[in-house]
Ligand binder design. Structure first.
Ligand SMILES: C[S@@+](CC[C@H](N)C(=O)[O-])C[C@H]1O[C@@H](n2cnc3c(N)ncnc32)[C@H](O)[C@@H]1O
Length: 213
């Protein structure tokens, strides 16, 4: 298995300390992935590019938010990677929402062992806003279609005063998801080209409101 670092992290810059933590996380991930299905096994050989660098783009796009919520964190992408990046700063925090208990156990170990700034909530996303009433940013990767993601985010983003921004990784077939979502919601959208997958994007969404008929 290739656990080596891709040259220059695709141009992303991280400190030596963060790199050490990412490498520690990668080693832990490979160990746990032998007994729990953390990502599609076919992608394990390319852990750095397919998962770690893919996740790093989120923090690169938005380093400022203090309180993050990562929905359906699975094996930690992008939530744990964001939490590791935040550990360079004093006051950021990532709430990882993952209802699968085995994955939640891995996430706890990953945060503890890397000293990342985050906590794990082994709960359903639908109940998370009651536990985490506000956040500055939300991330989700490989979780649901855009309309469902916006429904999950609504409790944090629908308030007219909300400044919460959401970041969603999407593969090349994202446009029909946007077309469907705009029939129900209005929002500001920025499409960021992925630095990892050609034709994939990270959708940045702000100023969410429900469309009135
Ligand atoms: C396909 S995995 C993606 C994991 C990770 N974000 C990634 O990109 O590798 C989706 C994860 O979301 C979790 N999940 C799905 N629906 C959920 C819900 N309603 N509440 C909490 N977790 C959920 C699943 O247990 C699973 O680990």
């Amino acid at each position: 298995m290739n656990t080596s670092l891709p040259a220059g992290l695709n141009g992303l810059r991280v400190s030596r300390e963060t790199l050490d933590k990412l490498e520690h996380f990668a080693a832990l991930f490979q160990k746990w992935a032998k007994s729990i299905n953390l990502v599609a096994p076919s992608t394990l050989d390319d852990l750095w590019q397919r998962h770690i660098v893919d996740s790093l783009q989120i923090f690169r796009l938005s380093p400022a938010p203090k309180t993050w919520v990562d929905l359906g964190s699975g094996g930690g992408f992008p939530g744990v990677i964001t939490a590791i990046c935040l550990s360079e700063f004093s006051d950021g925090w990532v709430h990882l929402i993952e209802s699968n208990n085995k994955k939640a156990a891995f996430l706890r170990v990953a945060l503890n062992e890397t000293g990342a700034r985050g906590s794990v909530h082994p709960i359903r996303i639908e109940t998370a806003p009651a536990v985490i009433p506000r956040c500055d940013a939300i991330s989700a990767r490989a979780l649901a279609d855009l309309s469902q993601l916006l429904k999950f985010c609504a409790p944090w983003m629908l308030d007219a005063d909300s400044k919460t921004v959401a970041f969603f990784h999407k593969g090349r077939d994202y446009q029909p998801e946007i077309d469907k979502a705009v029939s129900r919601f209005q929002f500001d959208l920025v499409k960021h080209a992925s630095i990892v997958e050609p034709d994939s994007v990270v959708l940045e969404i702000a100023n969410l409101s429900r469309r009135t008929k």
